[in-house]
Design a protein around this ligand. Sequence first.
Ligand code: PRP
Ligand code: URA
Length: 208
Amino acid sequence: MNNVFPSQHPLVAHKLTLLRDKNTDPKTFRELIREIATLLTYEATADLPTRPKQVETPLATTQGTEVDDKIGLVPILRAGLGMVEGVWTLMPGAQVWHIGLYRDERTLRPVEYYNKLPVEPTVSLCLVLDPMLATGGSAVATVDILKRWGVRRIKFMGIIGAPEGIALMQEHHPDVPIHLAAIDERLNENGYILPGLGDAGDRQFGTG
Ligand code: PRP
Ligand code: URA
């Protein structure tokens, strides 16, 4: 699977185990989503372009670097929201553009209900944030929207991916790298990831 990067980091695996636990309460669940998002950001941004930047230390002038990208975070509502703070820990200047999609329970197809992108893209790289890549319908639809908006470079950052969702993304958007905490076994008959963690939106927001 080219372009798919499940984390190999022990801290990610440790935190993901706590996240999966059905006894983890919403407050801890939100903290874990934030922490895992921070760790995945470190991995997903390893190839960011940089430009030289001169800096004066108390002792001398030296050549440093700064990131040469305008980064946009695109959390897919609702569940992607919880990942934003985690990314902001490392990139506090990143813009955030929300896209609202929910999955129709019967067809499992994404239904768009919110999108307030300006006419012209304001960023050079978008990180799409959603903890769950299940059938892949929501991720594919979001990347479709961003490409129509004119963004050329897009990465998907999620927590758990199902093989079915990864395959759909690779079919429609093979140019989009996928960064995940883990790849799980499969979807069940209701489109939920097994073993997964249940409903990521409900567990963060205490609904359901
Ligand atoms: C969940 C999840 C993804 C989507 C994944 O959202 O956060 O957006 O399902 O499923 P897919 O890969 O099959 O499209 P949901 O529709 O439950 O909405 P919510 O975040 O508002 O709970
Ligand atoms: N959405 C979720 O929140 N969990 C899943 O397992 C699948 C879709």
